[in-house]
Each structure stands twice: as C-alpha cells, then as structure tokens.
Design a binder for this molecule. Structure first.
Ligand SMILES: [Zn+2]
Length: 327
C-alpha cells in the first residue's frame, strides 16, 4: 500500500472487497482449520451467510425512490451495502442475501442488483416483479441473468404499494400462477413475506408446484407462544422444497436481546424442517432498532443455543443459504 494514500478509506475498501473481516475468519476457524489445505485452497467465503437484509442508498438520483417516497423520510437516511458489510464482516458474516426493499424502491431492483455486481460472490439477490403484467417468464429470466435468485411476494400489497385485490385468494391470481410456473422452470426461489393466516394458502401452492423452492420469511411471522400458527408453519415441512428463515428476532417474543425466549420455537422448527432447510437472517436494518443488535442476532445461533451441534449451526448460519442462494 502506498503511504501517500489516506489509509482509512483504502483499508476500508480493501477490507470490504475481500468480503471477510478478521473476526469472520476466527469465528469460522473450525471450518477452515478442520481441513488440511494449502492457503490457496481455503474457501473464499468461510464465514456465515445472512439470508435476509435490506439496503438503500442516499444516491437517489442514480437509484430513484418510488413516487410515494421522499428522500428526507428514509430511515435510516443511508444503509448501503458498504455500511451493511461494515457491521456484518466483523461478526463473521461475509455473504448476504439482499432483499428488495419495496417500501422505498418498489419494483425497481436496480440498487440490489448493482450491489451484487460490485461485490462479486458477496451478495445474492431476492428481487420483486410485477406478476400482473404480461411476459412474467421473460422478465424473470432477465432478472435471473442479472443475478436474481429469488422473488419476494406478499398477500396484501404489491411492490408499488397498491393493494392486492383479494388477499385470501392472492395465490390463485393469474399472475401468481404464471410467476410460480416460471420460477419452477427457471429455478428461482419464491420468498413469501406472510403473516400466519396466509400459511394455508401457501400450503396449497406448494402442493401444486412441488418443484418450486419456497423460502418463508421470518418464521411466517409466527411469534413466540402462538401454538396454532406454529402448527400451520411446521405443517409446510411436508413439502421438501419449503425452507424457513429463522430471522427478525427484534420482532419476536420480548423483542429485545438476548432473544432466548425464541429458542423453544426455533427448536420446534428445527424438529419439523431439519437444520438443512433453515437459514438465519438478520433483517437489517430493522434488527438494529430499540436495543436490538446484529451481534445479538448472530449470537443466538453461534453461541446461545447450547443444544445445537456443529453441523446444525453451520447449516443454519451458512450452508442452507449457500445451497439455495449462492451455489
Ligand atoms: Zn425484511
């Protein structure tokens, strides 16, 4: 490194481009040290994968907001990919699945796709697509070519903030049928953000499209203590291609660290799906509010769930998301 270059900026950039932080390597040292490898054989990304985070940029000239938004109302005003990695890398997380943030960007996936392009291998993308418009398959194919591995869907609002016409029948709509069919053909995951009352409608769809990889956000929004709702979620384990994100702890139970009260629910989800169909996600920047932290989110699986085997931990914190969103 040349001495006349200001170190802070360059060091930070190199650190981020490398995609791993020092602590990230230490946290995953078992994985690396467990094998007899030459340094060149070391995995490029030995750390954990965050299967769910959002990002946005104050550069709204290049990446415009939806018409319903004002730049002054972004909260936080900036949460770029670089800022996210600045939090994640020191905690052993070196890859992230970026989830399109419709409240700010609607169907314009350009920022998350741009991040994936600028940090090769570091980010995977779950985008959004307007399934009501024609040529869903062709548009999905294009998104996939640009780096998209999943499509986010929801039963009440479209990404442009218009309301879904008939929420109880949201998946029966022509557009959804076309989208699932195309997703099956193109091997793109469908990622529903749903509340528990919509779990039965998903059950029907997963039966109809057994080849579609379906990744349910945040335990299907089931909260600690909701026995019936949890039953609806675990019932979906009968479909082999259904996965669950064990994520968004700021919204569960006491809504505060150390999140230990969520553990019994996690164990029930592990019993139903197995760790190889579960993936941890932070849901940043939302996990960074009201005393909740990224560290507390990772720590729940990394050190606070004493009953987890090394393999369970590695599946949930890395390997499941790797198979679904990176391989
Ligand atoms: Zn989210």
């Amino acid at each position: 490194m040349k001495k006349n270059i200001r170190p802070s900026k360059l060091a930070r950039r190199e650190f981020l481009q490398a995609g791993i932080g020092t602590i990230g390597v230490i946290a995953s040292s078992n994985y690396v040290l467990g094998q007899e490898t030459k340094s060149s054989d070391k995995p490029k990304f030995p750390g954990w994968i965050d299967a769910h985070s959002h990002v946005w940029t104050p550069d709204t000239d290049k990446f415009p907001l939806g018409a319903w938004n004002k730049k002054s109302e972004l909260k936080p005003a900036s949460f770029t990919a670089t800022e996210l990695l600045g939090i994640a890398n020191p905690l052993g997380v070196d890859r992230v699945v970026l989830i399109q943030h419709a409240p700010y960007h609607g169907y314009d996936n350009s920022y998350v796709l741009d991040c994936a392009k600028r940090y090769p291998g570091v980010f995977s993308v779950v985008a959004m697509i307007d399934e009501r418009l024609p040529k869903v398959a062709a548009r999905l194919k294009k998104l996939k070519q640009q780096g998209t591995r999943g499509i986010r869907i929801g039963p009440t609002k479209h990404a442009d903030r218009t309301l879904v016409k008939d929420p109880p029948k949201w998946l029966e709509a022509k557009g959804q049928q076309a989208l699932w069919k195309a997703a099956s053909k193109l091997n793109v995951a469908i990622c529903p953000l749903i509340t528990p009352e919509f779990l039965p409608s998903l059950d029907v769809m997963c039966k109809q499209f057994p080849d579609v990889t379906c990744v349910i956000d945040h335990f299907g929004r089931v909260d600690v203590g909701q026995k019936e709702e949890l039953k609806q979620l675990t019932k979906l384990a009968r479909h082999p291609n259904v996965y669950v994100k064990v994520s968004a702890f700021y919204s569960k139970g006491k809504k505060a660290p150390p999140h230990l009260e969520v553990i019994p629910m996690i164990n029930q989800v592990i019993d139903a799906f197995g760790p190889d169909r579960l993936m941890w996600g932070s849901d940043c920047p939302y996990q960074l509010n009201n005393g909740n932290t990224y560290k507390d989110s990772v720590a729940l699986f990394e050190s606070r769930m004493k009953g987890l085997s090394k393999n369970d931990r590695e599946q949930i914190l890395r390997d499941t998301a790797k198979r679904v969103f990176f391989d």
